[in-house]
Design a protein around this ligand. Structure first.
Ligand SMILES: Cc1cc2nc3c(=O)[nH]c(=O)nc-3n(C[C@H](O)[C@H](O)[C@H](O)COP(=O)(O)OP(=O)(O)OC[C@H]3O[C@@H](n4cnc5c(N)ncnc54)[C@H](O)[C@@H]3O)c2cc1C
Length: 109
């Protein structure tokens, strides 16, 4: 969304930016957004609009970065096609074999 408040109502958490389960960050981003609003209101006690704008400016880069990363991480959960599925399969197979190789080496030596 280009804007998450209208001067009277401000959206927070999933309602504002929906870092869904693939992000693994939704539960962090919600309180983070609330904390940023608290700081902004402390710095602009007599100007709610300025506080809302400050919060938005400070928060947007953090949220945008997480939203972009989420699109990538989503491919691990729900691949969008055969290429993504192949890559996921290769990654999970390699990832799964590393600990067992390490375990065998540790036990034998
Ligand atoms: C399956 C799953 C796994 C997840 N795993 C992770 C994870 O590992 N790590 C992580 O960080 N995040 C994870 N998330 C995301 C995380 O749960 C959310 O981002 C986070 O809970 C959002 O918090 P919120 O307070 O913004 O919204 P919510 O937790 O959705 O809270 C909104 C509240 O508003 C209430 N409500 C809705 N409509 C009304 C109404 N009209 N009147 C009054 N109340 C209303 C709802 O009942 C709800 O209690 C996961 C999400 C899912 C679904």
């Amino acid at each position: 969304m280009p804007q998450r408040d209208n001067g009277h109502v401000m959206l927070l958490g999933d309602a504002a930016w929906c870092l869904n389960l693939y992000s693994g960050m939704g539960a962090t981003a919600g309180p983070h957004g609330g904390a940023e609003l608290g700081h902004a209101l402390q710095n602009h006690p007599d100007d709610v609009l300025a506080a809302m704008a400050t919060r938005e400016t400070r928060l947007r880069p953090f949220i945008t970065r997480r939203q972009r990363i989420t699109r990538l991480k989503q491919q691990l959960f729900v691949p969008s096609g055969p290429a993504a599925e192949g890559l996921r399969s290769a990654l999970t197979t390699t990832g799964a074999s590393v600990p067992s190789r390490w375990y065998r080496t540790a036990r034998s030596g």
